[in-house]
Design a protein around this ligand. Sequence first.
Ligand code: URA
Length: 240
Amino acid sequence: MERLDKLIASQGRYSRSEVKKLIKSGRITVDGKVPKSGDIKLDPGKSEIRVDGESLNYKKHIYIMLNKPRGVISASNDRDKETVIDLVPPELFREGLFPAGRLDGDTTGFVLITDDGDFAHRILSPKNHIMKTYHATLRDELTQEDIVRFKEGLTLGDGTECLEAHVKVLESGNKNLAEIKICEGKYHQVKRMFASIGNKVLELRRVKMGGLDLDGSLREGECREITDEELKMITEKNVL
Ligand code: URA
């Protein structure tokens, strides 16, 4: 059970003071009745809240897919630089949003933004084997031995040991493009893994989380809400 005013404000569309005014002017109904004040307690799963007759469509948490451009940082706020949260449009924005896992400033692609800490922890913990798939443009061609070394678990330059990673060559010759799947998220991990075998990542893009591909119709800088079905796809384990 939660306070009506808090519940409405938690959805992000109206500020606390706007909610107060909406309630005062009788524009809110709860199960068809106009509440006298915002401090009544209710269960949002059982009561129907409407604003000007339209359902509030209450959601405890929100999950957003962003196609991150270069130069935008994976933080919730920053004094100088644009952040992934700045790219969330007002209709999806609410307090408490954060990126579930960080991409470097020059990495592009799939960032999941949410206000659900438990979910974020679940998909990021290496224990749960949720693969993150990247496309890496490399300076040098990959060899079969390189791929085996990734599979066996690489040791980074500073001695950090990595779990197995799955690498596939997508293009070679003019451009060396590889797919790499990892279930960890160590600092600069993909770049450091390729550096540890004497190669160099020139460009990096995250294309998939768990079993969910980045929506190809999202242009860089665009976001959209993730559906319930897609959310389940993110939690698929060991997608290779
Ligand atoms: N690995 C990296 O090196 N950078 C990223 O942004 C993500 C994974």
